[in-house]
Every structure is written in structure tokens, then in C-alpha cells.
Design a protein around this ligand. Structure first.
Ligand code: HEM
Length: 238
């Protein structure tokens, strides 16, 4: 018998579980793919599109807030380069969920009204991902400011003398990137909502869509946005 014959077949599952392959076992595919309504339960076939966009957004948000929380801890420990790696990924998650909002505009606004009737009081205000992300971003902001205090570098100097404070500058910009993507998601979400259900209607949890229009001005790190104004003023005064 040739030595190859002794090799165990690589397509045989070795992980615990009952699914046919290790791919399905490791990724809990059976459970994952059972998380969407079946065709026999749809009030409209676009329920699948609607559930896939929301569920995948929540998965990206889960990665996003975990990486943001991890980055906050690393900044607290003084490890800025490792925090930067995580923050690059966290921002990318928000970029992805912003991109996939496009898919919702593939639904007919009239036919979406059928789906809306089966959502109960379901509302994005109860998104677990966004609920976790905001406190994680707050902790990251606190860790960033504590680092500045410890280094004795005011925020304005991080920018005016950015080349001397390379790591602090990179960190400040990573926070900005995350904040800008969250706001970009909000702005885009508002436009999608206006395109699908209108901008003068009431949401499933009683919130007028006009309120979403005001929320698009919300940022998590106002001081980082404001320092740009200070830089312009400083530059004009010298
Ligand atoms: C056709 C698609 C969508 C419609 C019509 C829609 C509609 C709305 C409305 C009307 C609100 C105001 C609250 C309320 O329901 O009363 C809201 C809030 C919200 N929605 Fe959506 N939404 C859609 C898709 C999404 C998706 C894909 C996500 C992804 C997670 C999402 C996340 C949120 C969040 C987080 C809020 C809270 C407001 C904020 O943090 O800015 N929505 N949405």
C-alpha cells in the first residue's frame, strides 16, 4: 500500500457536532441559516433581504464594538500601536454597514409597507450593536484624553506639532475616522429611511423621522471636530 493511503480523508469532519462538514460545524451554519424566516412565512419575499441586511449589520457592529472596547483597554495600557490596528478594523466595520444600506433601496417603497406591518414595535433604537458601541467609544475617548494628560500634550498641540507626537496624532485621527464613519452611517441611514418610508412619518416605536434628521448632527468626539475650528482660527491669527 502506498504511504498516501494512510492519510486520513481531509473531507471527513473532526470537530464536535452533527453537521456534515467542519465548515458548517465550526461556523454554526445550521443555526445561522435558520435565523431568517422561511419562504412559507414571508409576507413578502423581500423579508429575506431586510433580515439579511439587519442581521449582518448587527454582526459587523458586534465586531466593531468589541474592537473599539479592546482598543480602549490598549490605550489605557499605553499600547497605542496595537490599539491602532483594532481601530482600523472597527472603522472598516462601519464602512461595510454603510455600504450595505444600498441594498434596502432595492425594495419597492410600496411593497415594503407590507413588511413594515409585521415588525411590531421593532426599532433600530434597540439595536444591540449601536447600544454597545456608544459606551465603548466613550471609554476610548476617556482613555485618549487620559493619555494626553499623562503626556502633558494639549489636544491642539497634537495637531500643531503632529510630527513630534506621531503616535498621539495617529490615535486622534483613528478616533476621528471611527466617529466620522458612525456619523456617515447615520446620515446615509436617514436618507434610506426617507427614501423608503418618507421623512414626515412616524417610526415603528413612535419616533418621527424628523428626529432622525436631527440625530445626524450627533458626534461622539465633539472636541476632536472642534479642534479643527481652533486650528483655522490659530492659523488666521498668526
Ligand atoms: C428600510 C430600512 C430601514 C428603515 C425604514 C428604518 C427606519 C428607522 C426609523 C423610522 C427609526 C427611528 C426609530 C423608530 O423606529 O421609531 C430608525 C432608527 C434606527 N435604525 Fe433604522 N431603519 C432601517 C434600516 C436600518 C438598518 C439596516 C439598521 C442597522 C443596524 C438600522 C439601525 C437603526 C438605528 C441604530 C436607529 C437608532 C437611531 C440612530 O442611532 O441613529 N436601521 N430606523
Amino acid at each position: 500500500m502506498s504511504p498516501e493511503a494512510w492519510e486520513p480523508p481531509l473531507n471527513r469532519p473532526v470537530l464536535p457536532g452533527t453537521a456534515r462538514t467542519d465548515y458548517e460545524r465550526y461556523l454554526n451554519m445550521e443555526e445561522l441559516l435558520a435565523l431568517q424566516k422561511g419562504a412559507d412565512e414571508w409576507v413578502h419575499r423581500d423579508e429575506l433581504l431586510f433580515q439579511v441586511v439587519h442581521q449582518s449589520s448587527e454582526l459587523w457592529l458586534k465586531l466593531c464594538w468589541n474592537d473599539t472596547a479592546g482598543a480602549a483597554e490598549l490605550v489605557g495600557d499605553g499600547d497605542i500601536p496595537s490599539a491602532l490596528r483594532l481601530l482600523g478594523r472597527a472603522s472598516m466595520c462601519l464602512r461595510f454597514i454603510t455600504g450595505q444600506l444600498d441594498m434596502l433601496e432595492q425594495m419597492s417603497p410600496w411593497e415594503y409597507q407590507e413588511i413594515r406591518k409585521v415588525l411590531g414595535h421593532g426599532s433600530g433604537f434597540d439595536s444591540p450593536g449601536v447600544k454597545e458601541l456608544r459606551p465603548a467609544m466613550a471609554r476610548l475617548g476617556e482613555a485618549f484624553h487620559a493619555t494626553l494628560v499623562q503626556a502633558g500634550v494639549p489636544l491642539l498641540d497634537v495637531y500643531v506639532h503632529g510630527r513630534e507626537h506621531e503616535e498621539l496624532y495617529q490615535l486622534a485621527e483613528a478616533l476621528m475616522e471611527l466617529d466620522e464613519w458612525l456619523q456617515t452611517w447615520r446620515i446615509r441611514h436617514y436618507r434610506v429611511v426617507a427614501r423608503v418610508i418618507g421623512d414626515r412619518v412616524i417610526g415603528t416605536q413612535g419616533t418621527p423621522v424628523e428626529v432622525l434628521g436631527r440625530l445626524i448632527h450627533r458626534v461622539e468626539y465633539p472636541e476632536l471636530w472642534d479642534v479643527r475650528n481652533e486650528l483655522t482660527a490659530l492659523s488666521q491669527s498668526t
